[in-house]
Each structure stands twice: as structure tokens, then as C-alpha cells.
Design a protein around this ligand. Sequence first.
Ligand code: FPP
Length: 248
Amino acid sequence: MTKNEGFSLPRHVAVIMDGNGRWAQRRLLPRQAGHRAGLTAVRRLIEGCVQRGIGALTLFAFSSENWQRPQGEVGSLMGLFVNALESEVAELHKNRVCIRFIGARAQFSAALQQGMRASEQLTAGNDGLVLNIAAGYGGRWDLVQAARHLATEAVDGRLRVEELDEQQVSNSLALAGLPDPDLFIRTGGEQRISNFLLWNLAYTELYFTELLWPDFDAAALQAALSWFAQRQRRFGRTPEQTRDAGHA
Ligand code: FPP
């Protein structure tokens, strides 16, 4: 729990930002306009997390499956990402945000990969919000990467297979070292995980809202956090055990 007095805040929030396309369609605008409005909502959310002292925020910006979208839309999203990297990083750095990208990078343009590396290097020492941007990410991809890494460790004699445990799997995943998300938010009305953080969401509280992503404002964030504060998290225990152990 973080520094907000008397109110249990999530340490880590994970978000599927769905509904940009529909937001634009309803306004008879191109989908691209929805993604641009989505970026404004991202700024607002980061600000809300920084203000509250939330430790980590993981955003699903572009899934491994999103490459299958029409070429024009992929192109405009890539343009938006390049511009966002250029325009946002200085301000994020000023706010002590530590930026990290998770996902398969090789498919992105050289310019974008370079921008990702540069922003990670610039902000690596920051002690504020850890902002993970999932780009080219898939939960199954993440697990396959971890399996490959662990198999290599075993073959090279650094890991005994019978000693492999959950912690070592966690440590081999893209979000190694961070607490699992306490709160997952998905906008846009769908109620599914869509190959996001499959391992890390095991005990996460799942919050779904009909709001389209560009409409997710400060009040919407507060509504999600208030909902979270009322959840009783049991992690497999009984309600009585949970109360005795003092888990909110
Ligand atoms: C899903 O809405 C959204 C995306 C695939 C892109 C998310 C990107 C942003 C919010 C912009 C910038 C983000 C960063 C981190 C720089 P959709 O297109 O699937 O909407 P629909 O379901 O209404 O079609």
C-alpha cells in the first residue's frame, strides 16, 4: 500500500486502454483521432498515479496481435508512439518517472527502438512511478521468453530443474522485480484479459468499465480506486483468516 492515508491504494495498476476506435467513430472521426485522444487520457492517468504515489503503472499500448490491424492504422499508431516519445519523455523525467518497455521490440522501426532505449536510459535512475509500456507484448510471448531463458539456464547447468519454483519463473518475466498488479482496469466494455499479463494477474482485482478509453478521466480513476479500496483480498484464504491477518 502507498502513502495515501487511511485508504488502501494499489501498489501497481495495469490497464487495457480499449475503445479509442469507437470513441472516434461516434464522433465521425478517423480512428487515429481516437488514439490521439487516448494519449491525452494516458497523460491524465500518469498524472493521477504520480500525484497519489502509486508505485507502478503498466499500460497495454500495443499487443502482439495488434500487428494484424490494417497497415494504415498500424502506421498511424507507430507515428503517434514516435511523437509521444519525443514530446512526453522530458516531462516524465522531470516527474521522476522511470520508463520501461516490455514486449518484442525487434518488429518496431529502428527509430522507435532507439527512442525506447534512450527514454529507458534517461529515466533508469528515477525513483518515482515505474511506467511499463507494453508494446509488441503478449502474455503468452512473455511466458515463452521465460521458458526459453529457464531452459537455457538448465541446459547450461546453472539451474536444477527439480529446484525450479514460482519465484524463478516470476524473475524471468518482463515485469521481474515488481509486485504483481493489485488492480487491473479495462475500459471499453469488454470483460477479458486479451493475452495481457497472464502470470502476473493471478490474484489481481479486475475492474471493467463501459467508458471508452479517451473518456477515462480523473473521476473515472478515482471511481476505480474507490472500488479497489472496498475489495477484500483473500489470496486463497477464508474471509475469517483474511480479517485476522489484517489483509484489506
Ligand atoms: C485500443 O482501442 C487501443 C489501442 C490499440 C492503442 C492504445 C494507444 C493509446 C491509448 C495511445 C498512446 C499510448 C501510449 C502509451 C503512448 P481500439 O482501437 O481497439 O478501440 P475499439 O475497440 O473501439 O476499436
